[in-house]
Design a protein around this ligand. Structure first.
Ligand SMILES: Cc1cc2nc3c(=O)[nH]c(=O)nc-3n(C[C@H](O)[C@H](O)[C@H](O)COP(=O)(O)OP(=O)(O)OC[C@H]3O[C@@H](n4cnc5c(N)ncnc54)[C@H](O)[C@@H]3O)c2cc1C
Length: 287
């Protein structure tokens, strides 16, 4: 199917893009186009104007700062997946980006676009919430920070306002005891395609080997990527052994409304979430 007719704007600067967005109600930003274009072809989205930010300089870099890694709006999934600094400090994000779609999608789609799109089964959002990342949203009236845990509001709905562009994802750098991992079952088996259930685990381990902090991001099973707070809390103060991992996995869907869809029943998705919580925690705790 063809999309409905729309105006196409390709600003040369961020300021130009922001003022076009502010003055064109209902316009949609396009970064990689890997979700926007299919949605327009299916006529699920029919924006009057598409603002393509793909030609703006200075948005395609991954930069290591003192306490965080900055991932610009036009950093592609493959760039996030192959960047050694991201792998060293934010393994869960690196893995989630590497298991997003196929090579064509990973070469065009952007990490920030995957956040802004807020698909219920997207991989990288689970990593962003587990890693305690921050979204930097800019409009023509200024910039604001949104914690990743507050960013995913509902299916295909983020906390961005209509006039805001997600210009950067900030991921905290790992400290000595912190590490993370992402694991999933994709819709076509293994790690391929959107997550039927995907789990990002982040843990901080003290000098005595006990877990001093933990966050677990869940995707695929509910209506939005969500932190499994009870599961993470149950790990804190434990030795991070098999028993505490199993106990945490048993709590992973507490507070999450698991949704049945084409890919599984509530029981199956709950089971998968538990299995992948165990796997992600084992990997994260093993370092
Ligand atoms: C065949 C196929 C397989 C896929 N498999 C997976 C998968 O396994 N796992 C997975 O997680 N995803 C998967 N995806 C989705 C893919 O990751 C998309 O690239 C991603 O979700 C959106 O990134 P994008 O840069 O292409 O955004 P676009 O398609 O350009 O935009 C998507 C939405 O986000 C908004 N947006 C984009 N960038 C910004 C921004 N910087 N600021 C504000 N709003 C913005 C747009 O307005 C639009 O509403 C798949 C897609 C395809 C086509």
């Amino acid at each position: 199917m063809f999309p409905r007719q729309f105006e196409y704007v390709a600003p040369a600067s961020l300021d130009e893009a922001l003022s076009a967005l502010a003055s064109t109600p209902g316009a949609k930003v396009m970064s990689g186009g890997q979700s926007l274009i299919p949605m327009m072809k299916l006529r699920l989205f029919s924006p009057g104007t598409v603002i393509d930010i793909g030609r703006i300089d200075g948005l395609a870099d991954i930069v290591e700062k003192d306490d965080h890694i900055s991932i610009g709006a036009l950093v592609r999934h493959n760039q996030t997946a192959s960047d050694p600094t991201v792998a060293a400090h934010a393994k869960a994000l690196s893995q989630a980006a590497g298991w997003t779609g196929d090579h064509q999608v990973r070469n065009r789609g952007t990490t920030c676009g995957a956040m802004a799109h807020a698909d219920v089964a997207a991989d990288q959002p689970a990593a962003a919430i587990a890693l305690g990342a921050t979204m930097m949203a800019r409009s023509s009236s200024g910039q604001r920070e949104i914690a990743a845990s507050d960013f995913f509001v509902d299916a295909l709905t983020s906390a961005l306002s209509e006039d805001e562009i997600l210009v950067e994802l900030r991921v905290p750098k790992a400290s000595n005891g912190s590490r993370s991992a992402y694991d999933k079952l994709g819709r076509r088996g293994g790690h391929t395609d959107y997550a039927v259930a995907g789990i990002a685990a982040w843990v901080n381990v003290g000098d005595d080997g006990s877990v001093t902090d933990a966050r677990i991001g869940v995707t695929g099973v509910g209506t939005r990527p969500t932190l499994a707070e009870a599961a993470a809390a149950s790990l804190i103060g434990t030795d991070g052994g098999e028993e505490s991992i199993r106990a945490a996995a048993g709590l992973v869907t507490d507070g999450i409304t698991v949704i049945e869809d084409l890919y599984g029943s509530v029981e199956y998705k709950t089971h998968l979430a538990q299995v992948f919580t165990e796997r992600a925690l084992q990997q994260a705790l093993a370092g």
